[in-house]
Design a protein around this ligand. Structure first.
Ligand SMILES: *Cc1c(COP(=O)(O)O)cnc(C)c1O
Length: 408
């Protein structure tokens, strides 16, 4: 471990990890079984177009969630776009800005205006801030179960009922999570999962729309396949949103390892919780003990007491080979095209602005273990104990940097 701030890699010391640690390294599961399934797909000569493996994957996902229909897609963003179109959304739709940019893009890409609403202490949409954003053009709300924390589903449903709006959820982070014992996937008109390589359940690339509404599911199925309703019959506008067989077998293999992955993630969470407990100013995001969680994200808030800013801490960790990520920085409202479209949005999103400036995701997953977590936390503790020195040195670096004309 470091004995003086001079030893920090950002100031020229030796990095703690030569093999860098990532946030969201994919889980592989049983590789032998996976390769056998891949080779079976090759032998079958049926690679895509709603093959048997995709159908099996859809059945297993629907069963796990407890929902009637799962429509698997090529990725979560396309699944969102199709759900939005199948729900008939137009005009304006209320979404959080504190999310991955795909939530907003899925609307804007179809000429629908995302209207950004602030979040509350759960990092999800604040139901108290929604009504002021509703206009005659508003047709729906898309909640995001951020980091597996579920939205206030009941309050959002009540608002949608009162104003006759469609309620959808971006559940990209929340496969395997529950709210009041009900699995995510069962809320709203439909919910959308992402099975991207970095997500809890992975199909390399992939996603799905899940719903209990048969007509809605059929509409999504047709849209996923160019609008085909028979061999030579196209009955509506569609796109190519299909999942292929190789992705489906990766998904089936991942599903078989779900419980092990939860255990590994949970152990990492408990290890972080123990090690971070006594470090002032670093606040670990909790998981509700009474719910099912996937524990996929280790998220800390860097409060004033830490003595270093989130951005300084981020730079410091990167230099040590700890590739922490500033999710979700800087917020959709500060990314294009939204920044130009809504130049004043930040005024109306104080909690979003705060979260964008303070939250940091730390490495976890099956590739990270207790030993590495102890090292990461020892470094964090060292940084917070030496905050004054580190800030002074960082400022010195910044000043000499700017006088030589380089950035920051
Ligand atoms: C990953 C993610 C998406 C997009 O999913 P892809 O499968 O990568 O297209 C959408 N919303 C959120 C919140 C995400 O994290």
């Amino acid at each position: 471990m470091k004995s003086s701030p001079d030893d920090l890699a950002i100031f020229g010391g030796k990095p703690l990890f030569l093999q860098v640690l990532h946030v969201g390294r994919p889980n592989v599961g049983d590789q032998v079984k996976l390769m056998k399934r891949m080779s079976d797909v090759l032998k079958s000569r049926w690679f895509t177009n709603n093959g048997s493996q995709v159908q099996e994957f859809e059945r297993r996902v629907a069963e796990t969630v407890g929902v009637r229909h799962c429509v698997a897609m090529c990725n979560g963003t396309t699944a969102l776009e199709i759900a939005i179109r199948a729900a008939g959304l137009t005009g304006e739709v209320i979404v959080p800005s504190f999310t991955f940019v795909a939530t907003a893009h899925a609307l804007q890409w179809q000429g629908i205006m995302p209207v950004f609403c602030d979040i509350d202490e759960t990092f999800c949409l604040d139901p108290n801030r929604i009504e002021e954003l509703i206009t005659p053009r508003t047709t729906g709300i898309i909640g995001v179960h951020l980091w597996g924390h579920t939205c206030n589903v009941e309050a959002l449903a009540a608002i949608c009922g009162r104003f006759n709006l469609v309620l959808l959820f971006d559940a990209a982070h929340a496969f395997g999570c529950s709210r009041n014992g009900v699995m995510v996937g069962r809320f709203g008109r439909a919910e959308v999962f992402s099975f991207h390589a970095t997500k809890f359940l992975n199909t390399f690339e992939g996603g799905a729309v899940v719903t209990d509404d048969s007509a809605f599911a059929n509409c999504c199925r047709a849209m996923r396949n160019f609008g085909f309703s028979g061999e030579d019959q196209v009955s509506a506008l569609g796109i190519n949103g299909k999942m292929n067989e190789f992705e489906a077998v990766m998904g089936l293999t991942s599903l078989e390892h779900m419980e092990e992955i939860v255990v590994a993630n949970r152990n990492n969470y408990l290890a972080y919780r123990k090690e971070l407990r006594d470090i002032p100013g670093l606040i670990l995001m909790d998981y509700e003990e009474n719910e099912r969680n996937n524990f996929q994200y280790i998220v800390i808030e860097i409060a004033e007491k830490a003595g270093v800013s989130r951005d300084l801490l981020h730079a410091l960790l990167q230099a040590e080979g700890i590739l922490a990520r500033r999710y979700f920085h800087p917020g959709c409202h500060r990314m294009e095209p939204y920044r130009s479209l809504y130049p004043r949005a930040a005024h109306f999103l104080p909690q979003t602005e705060r979260a964008c400036a303070r939250m940091l995701c730390l490495p976890t997953g099956t590739g990270v273990g207790a030993e590495q977590i102890r090292t990461i936390c020892a470094l964090l503790s060292f940084v917070v104990r030496n905050d004054v020195d580190i800030r002074a040195r960082w400022k010195g670096l910044s000043v000499s940097g700017s006088s030589s004309g380089s950035m920051e």
